[in-house]
Design a protein. Structure first.
Length: 261
C-alpha cells in the first residue's frame, strides 16, 4: 500500500523518510508514526541501504509536534495503553538501528518532532530551524523521550529550562548547546546531509554498527562497565575481514574494499 502521510525514497545507498503533512507543519499523527516505523524497518532490513535520513516536507517544519486533534482525545487510560507504547517504538527504533540515522531539520522541530530528531544519530539543522519542548504550555510534559534524551544531549540545567519554560530556541543556540551537530543554509540542507550520509555509507558497515551500539549501550552503564563492553565489541572487530582489509589497504596505500564481515 502506498504511504499517505510520509514519502519513502531510496537513492545511492540512502533511504529518505519525508514527513509529508506540510499544511499541518508535518504534525505527527498515528498514521504517520505507523508509516514511518514501517519505512524505517524496511530501511534496516534492506542491505542496499546504508544510512537513513529523516526530514519534513516544505520549508517551515521538520515536525511541529503532535497532531492536536489526536492529542485532545488522549487521557490517562490511553497513555497507559497499547497505542501509547506503539508511539514510543518509533523513536526507540531510530535510536537503536544498526545503521546511522540523520535528522535533516528544515524548520520547526518541537514536541515529539524534537524527540524524534534527538533519537537520530546525527542532527543537521537549517538556519531557520527552531527547537523546543513546549508541552508544559498545554498542561502536560514531554512524553516520547524528551525528558530523558534532552538532558543527555545538552545537560540537565539547560534541559530543565527548555522543558519547564516551554520556550523555543533558534538554530544557532541549538548548535551552541550541542543539540545539533551543524547549522547550514536552508537551500543547502539536503545537499549537505546527503554528502554526510554518503561519507558514512562508505565506512565499514560492521564497525559502524558496533561503534553506534557501543555509544548507545554504554550511556546506560557505569564508565567501567561501558569500557568493558567497548572492549568486547572491539575484540569482535579485530577478528573481522573488514579489519584485515582496512589494515592491508592502509599499508598498501590503496582504498579499502569493505564487505561488512
Amino acid at each position: 500500500m502506498p504511504y499517505q502521510e510520509i514519502i519513502y525514497e531510496k537513492e545511492d545507498g540512502l533511504a529518505i523518510i519525508t514527513f509529508n503533512r506540510p499544511d499541518f507543519r508535518n504534525a505527527l499523527n498515528y498514521r504517520a508514526i505507523d508509516e514511518a516505523l514501517e519505512a524505517a524497518r524496511n530501511a534496516e532490513a534492506d542491505d542496499s541501504v546504508r544510512v537513513l535520513i529523516l526530514t519534513g516536507a516544505g520549508e517551515k517544519a521538520f515536525i511541529a509536534g503532535a497532531d492536536i486533534a489526536e492529542l485532545r482525545e488522549r487521557n490517562t487510560m490511553t497513555e497507559l495503553g497499547r497505542r501509547s507504547g506503539e508511539r514510543r517504538v518509533l523513536a526507540n527504533f531510530l535510536e537503536t538501528m544498526s545503521k546511522p540515522t540523520i535528522a535533516a531539520i528544515n524548520g520547526f522541530a518541537v514536541g515529539t518532532g524534537l524527540e524524534l530528531a534527538m533519537a537520530c544519530t546525527i542532527r543537521i539543522a537549517s538556519e531557520n530551524a527552531r527547537f523546543g519542548q513546549p508541552e508544559i504550555n498545554l498542561g502536560i510534559m514531554p512524553g516520547n523521550g524528551g525528558t530523558q534524551r534532552l538532558p543527555r544531549l545538552v545537560g540537565e540545567g539547560r534541559a530543565m529550562e527548555m522543558i519547564l519554560t516551554g520556550e523555543l530556541i533558534d538554530a544557532q543556540e541549538g548548535y551552541r548547546i550541542g543539540l545539533v551537530n551543524k547549522v547550514v543554509p536552508q537551500t543547502k540542507l539536503m545537499t549537505y546531509v546527503k554528502d554526510l550520509a554518503k561519507k558514512l555509507s562508505a565506512k565499514p558497515a560492521l564497525a559502524v554498527k558496533l561503534a553506534k551500539n557501543a555509544v548507545h549501550t554504554g550511556l546506560n552503564m557505569s564508565l567501567n562497565d561501558g569500557i568493558e563492553y567497548e572492549n568486547k565489541l572491539f575484540a569482535i572487530l579485530c577478528g573481522s575481514q573488514d579489519k584485515q582489509e582496512g589494515v592491508a589497504a592502509f599499508l598498501e596505500k590503496r582504498p579499502p574494499n569493505f564487505q561488512g564481515k
